[in-house]
Design a protein. Structure first.
Length: 474
């Protein structure tokens, strides 16, 4: 079943047109039916008032001098006047522009015409200075009937104009009323489709204006709420994606840790079992006890680094920053690593500017600097040089560590910051470390937001860190 949409515009138009037409018709009918009686009463009251005034005016003059007053009265009121004495004799009839009407009066005088209009006869005593008489006032009512007939003749034309004016007025009124309602409906439909781009113009202080203002506020609130929901949804997606990545990273991390721990544990168990049963070379217990101890020490260091990484990756971790002397810290690290430099027969070329400070967690920053320099020593060939410099630039402090004679394939420059990644493929911890050193460096520098980069230079591999001045990093 098809339902036709009922337009409020048409409803208001037809209702308004009918109301205007009906009201006008009622007024017209009331005018037609009530006008004659109203006009009749008006004429009679006016005539009575005029007669009373006339009687008062002529009471001070004789009959012979009242002719003009009587004539003016009959002319002004469009009536006929008959005056008789007490015996019934006519004594004066003033002339008038109206035709004379002969009135039968007590059979003493009679005159007839072919067309006698409706009349009203008023008989009153009239006193002059020289006598008392009887005045007979005769008023014709023909103009009242003519007015009613004229109204009746105009009715078709008036009806047409009333209908026309009703429709034009209804159209203008409907447009004035429905235009803001249609605009409100249009905006509401857009809001239903979650389109909040269009706003309503509020040009009035009435209920429609208040409704427009309320819809504008509702649109703004919904738009803000939708934006907040979208942001929350995007954040939730990012959190879910981050959680998935972290979960995948944790699984990969656990698998790598298991692999890294499995090999030394297997080696230690094999050596201990051989020593227990005194099998072959394992009869020399002192030799293989020292080897087992060395493996366990490496495992201990690996576990410490794993715990360190776990702490750095925790969301609850916050570095305890304070202003420290970067110059003194690097000098201290260099002294601690002298043993490893001498062991590999590496030369240090140190150029540290004094009194350079930075805001950071002292313990973690010292660990990062130590790992960088130690890593440079490990991967520098014997007899080469590790150049360490710290200098103040215009907007920051630059820290450089260059190990000469070394090189890293371009494809692996960023991979060295991944956990358990080693350039030394034999995975010998004595030569390649645990694979967590630079990963820990990356975590520490990222937490402090210190820019860094690892690049290949003509004479070696260069690690660069840019430290902001303390007031810029607070």
């Amino acid at each position: 079943m098809i339902q036709h949409k009922k337009s409020i515009t048409l409803k208001i138009f037809w209702v308004t047109s009918l109301l205007i037409a009906l009201t006008t018709s009622i007024l017209f009918a009331a005018f037609y039916f009530l006008l004659p009686s109203f006009y009749y009463e008006y004429k009679i009251n006016k005539l009575n008032h005029g007669i009373d005034q006339l009687l008062a005016d002529v009471s001070e003059v004789p009959v012979s001098q009242a002719q003009n007053l009587l004539y003016e009265f009959t002319h002004d009121y469009n009536i006929h006047l008959l005056i008789r004495d007490q015996q019934g004799n006519m004594i004066s009839i003033p002339s008038s522009s109206s035709p004379l009407v002969k009135i039968p009066y007590r059979n003493n005088y009679e005159k007839e015409t072919d067309d006698i209009p409706p009349i009203r006869i008023i008989e009153k005593p009239i006193s002059f200075r020289d006598g008392r008489f009887i005045a007979i006032f005769v008023a014709t009512l023909q103009p009242i009937d003519e007015a009613s007939n004229a109204i009746l003749m105009l009715m078709p034309y008036m009806g047409f104009f009333v209908l026309l004016i009703s429709m034009v007025g209804a159209f203008l009124y409907t447009k004035l009323i429905t235009q803001p309602l249609l605009k409100i409906n249009q905006v509401a439909k857009r809001m239903a489709k979650l389109d909040f781009s269009q706003r309503l113009e509020n040009r009035s202080d009435d209920e429609i204006g208040e409704l427009s203002q309320s819809l504008n506020e509702l649109s703004q609130n919904l738009k803000q709420t939708m934006s907040e929901l979208q942001q929350a949804n995007a954040k939730l997606k990012d959190d879910i994606q981050r959680e998935r990545e972290q979960e995948a990273k944790r699984r990969e991390w656990m698998a790598t840790i298991s692999h890294e721990l499995k090999s030394p544990i297997t080696a230690v168990m094999g050596q201990l079992e051989g020593m227990i049963h005194q099998i072959g070379v394992y009869k020399d217990r002192d030799k293989y006890l020292r080897r087992s101890y060395s493996i366990i020490k490496n495992m201990e260091q690996l576990v410490k680094e794993i715990l360190e990484v776990s702490k750095l990756e925790s969301d609850a971790f916050h570095p305890l920053k304070k202003t420290v002397s970067l110059s003194s810290m690097i000098q201290s690290v260099i002294k601690r690593l002298e043993f490893f430099r001498e062991d590999k027969q590496i030369r240090f070329d140190v150029n540290i500017e004094p009194d350079l400070f930075v805001t950071a967690d002292p313990g973690y920053l010292q660990k990062a600097v130590a790992n960088i320099i130690h890593n440079a020593i490990n991967y520098a060939p014997s007899g080469e040089t590790v150049r360490i410099s710290l200098a103040q630039k215009n907007s920051h402090i630059e820290f450089h560590v260059l190990n000469t004679g070394a090189s890293i394939p371009e494809a692996e420059l960023q991979k060295v910051f991944e956990p358990f990644y080693r350039l030394e493929k034999s995975r010998n911890r004595n030569t390649g470390g645990s694979g967590l050193g630079l990963y820990i460096v990356k975590q520490i520098l990222d937490i402090h937001s210190f820019p860094y980069q690892l690049t290949n230079e003509e004479n070696g591999v260069l690690f660069t860190i840019h430290f902001p001045f303390p007031e810029q990093n607070e």
